[in-house]
Design a protein around this ligand. Structure first.
Ligand SMILES: *Cc1c(COP(=O)(O)O)cnc(C)c1O
Length: 463
């Protein structure tokens, strides 16, 4: 299995190389040279697999030549057995044709655990084979950092440094990061904003000496391994509702487009998916694009669904590449225009190809709260704001005879304030995390100063 760049100007790589590389040198994103696929009969035969077995089977198609199904099964068995629900990704019926898949059974209560738990182990396995050590550095506004830390803790061949803005993440978010006391986990509370954290991390990567000396690496949402691991729950849900003999649709609350892109990949692999629907908050660049063919960046506005407060959806480039017939010249042209003008436009014919594959709906904060309240009244289920946006988008496009599966991406206790306002109920952390806020924390407060951060990283590495 080889991977190529969406911009067409980088050498093809194998899975191990793509895992460690992140972004392609030409600025593009890696995608499989040819998508692997399953026949109807092969999909039919997956119906009896448990989540870990299914994950190993599906991912082995993408790791061919590097890792086999048994090596993957060792990893998936180890990580998914710690999830809170035995089904790993349980499905619940909400209405005659509406279902919810609760993707918040992992250690940090958000869907990112499904991929990052696997990616940490993949890094460790691949690095062990080549006897290498890497240093992962990342900035977080809360969610991704904690999922990455939990995915990488205890890995022997890597250290992880996560910068969060000091006093600007919620108590739950901070504890999810700082109570992980493994020696390879290093939390930095930077005196500054999330943007300061992000720009400092960028500067670290731009420092060639430092980058090479410590083999810096990232595990952001453009890493192919994350997409690959997310494909699994689309298969899992569809198989549970009768695939490959019946079709299903999915509704996905969307920010960087990584989650829903995995659904698109599942469809390319042969899973009979009818519709893919995305939900956005007021940062509605994608729904606007789908309606108009104009991609136009505006200022990010803070919302009650902060994990979707994004204006540039990094994974959307992969989707454009596929829907525009893999024309890398076109992608280069669009991305160049977007960078220069914060805006690009595609033709009528192109936007009709794109919006054939995906539908979108945007909700503002008050519509989101209204939806949380409606869901609670009608089903007694408590949704977090992100998942509620997915629900509304799914309900809007649902067809009578095809199940619409809504992906619930976070547990409501991660966003207690808007949930309480909408339902009157304060969503408590699940029992197994009830001691989170009283656990011992470890983190280092640092000035927003690159030399201080470099010193810290070097001192920690030499311990
Ligand atoms: C990250 C995140 C999203 C957005 O997912 P993308 O893959 O970036 O589209 C949605 N909801 C929650 C709770 C998240 O943490």
């Amino acid at each position: 299995m080889k991977y190529i760049s969406t911009r067409g100007n980088s050498p093809a790589l194998n899975f191990e190389q793509v895992l460690l590389a992140g972004l392609a040198p030409d600025g593009g994103l890696y995608v499989p040279e040819v998508y692997p696929s399953f026949t109807k009969e092969e999909i039919s035969n997956m119906a009896n697999l448990n989540y870990a077995e299914l994950a190993a089977k599906i991912m082995s198609k993408f790791t061919q030549g590097c890792l086999d199904e048994n090596e993957l099964l060792e990893i998936t068995t180890k990580v998914y057995k710690n999830f809170a629900h035995k089904a790993v990704a349980p499905l619940k019926q909400l209405d005659s044709n509406l279902w919810v898949m609760q993707l918040f059974q992992g250690p940090t209560l958000a869907f990112k655990d499904y991929a990052l738990q696997v990616v940490g182990q993949l890094f460790d396995t691949v690095l062990k084979k080549t006897n290498k050590h890497i240093t992962i550095v990342g900035a977080t506004s809360g969610d991704t950092g904690s999922a990455a830390i939990h995915g990488c803790k205890g890995c022997k061949n890597l250290d992880i440094f996560i910068l969060h803005p000091h006093n600007r993440v919620s108590d739950v978010q901070r504890h999810q990061m700082t109570t992980v006391l493994d020696k390879n986990v290093h939390n930095i509370a930077l005196e500054g904003t999330f943007d300061d954290c992000q720009s400092l991390v960028k500067d670290l990567f731009n420092n060639k000496n430092f980058r090479e000396k410590h083999s810096l690496s990232a595990i952001n949402s453009i890493n192919w391994a994350r997409i690959m691991a997310q494909v699994v729950y689309y298969f899992y849900a569809a198989l549970n509702l009768g695939a490959p003999h019946k079709k299903v649709s999915f509704a996905v609350p969307t920010g960087n487009f990584g989650n829903v892109f995995a659904g698109f990949v599942a469809k390319k692999m042969g899973l009979p998916i009818d519709q893919l629907v995305i939900g956005s908050n007021s940062n509605d660049i994608l729904p606007r694009f789908l309606n108009s063919g104009i991609m136009e960046q505006k200022k990010v506005v803070p919302s009650i669904s902060p994990s979707m407060d994004i204006q540039i959806s990094s994974n959307f480039e992969r989707f454009l590449f596929e829907t525009l017939d893999r024309d890398s010249n076109k992608i280069n042209e669009l991305m160049k225009t977007f960078k220069a003008e914060c805006k690009f436009q595609v033709s009528k014919e192109e936007i009709s190809k794109i919006s054939y594959e995906i539908k979108g709906l945007a909700l503002n904060d008050s519509e989101t709260k209204q939806t949380i309240s409606e869901i609670y009244k009608n089903t007694s289920e408590i949704f977090d704001p992100h998942s509620a946006i997915g629900f509304k988008a799914g309900q809007h496009y649902a067809k009578k005879d095809i199940p619409m599966i809504i992906l619930a991406t976070a547990h409501p206790s991660k966003f207690p304030i808007p949930v309480k306002e909408a339902t009157g109920v304060y969503p408590e952390l699940p029992n197994y995390l009830s001691d989170l806020l009283s656990k011992k924390e470890e983190f280092t407060v640092l000035e927003n100063n690159i030399s201080k951060v470099i010193d810290f990283i070097e001192t920690e590495q030499s311990k």
